[in-house]
Design a protein around this ligand. Structure first.
Ligand code: FES
Length: 116
């Protein structure tokens, strides 16, 4: 159950929301709920493998390698999940390793089947 200090992270196509305190990365919060269906590598903003997109909400990021998230991508909401910290509730969009939108099958029991 989320505490009052937690923000709620919604993943497009996933019914369950993830509680995430302000000082915890979204990646760690996803893993704690068993909803980490993205590749994970360095956990330090250096490999770029955990790139996702924030669709709405206010957030801040830790250091992210510019070669993996360009300035243009940052303006579009692309971030590295291991370096993403919420300042409000967020809606995020996951991508698969081959850059496609994640599918309900990849989300397992938490998927709603409504991903387009
Ligand atoms: S796991 Fe390497 S950048 Fe996030």
């Amino acid at each position: 159950m989320a505490s009052n200090a937690d923000f709620q992270i919604a993943i497009e196509g996933v019914r369950e929301k993830i509680p995430c305190p302000r000082d915890r990365s979204v990646l760690v919060a996803m893993e704690a709920r068993g909803l980490a269906r993205i590749p994970v590598g360095c956990r330090g903003g250096g490999c770029g493998i955990c790139k996702i997109r924030v669709v709405s909400g206010d957030y801040r990021t830790g250091r992210m390698a510019a070669c993996h998230v360009t300035e243009e991508e940052r303006r579009q909401g692309y971030v590295l999940a291991c370096r993403l910290y919420p300042n409000s509730d967020l809606i995020i969009r996951l991508r698969t390793k081959n850059r496609g939108v994640i599918t309900p099958a990849l989300l397992g029991k938490h998927g709603t089947g409504n991903v387009s």
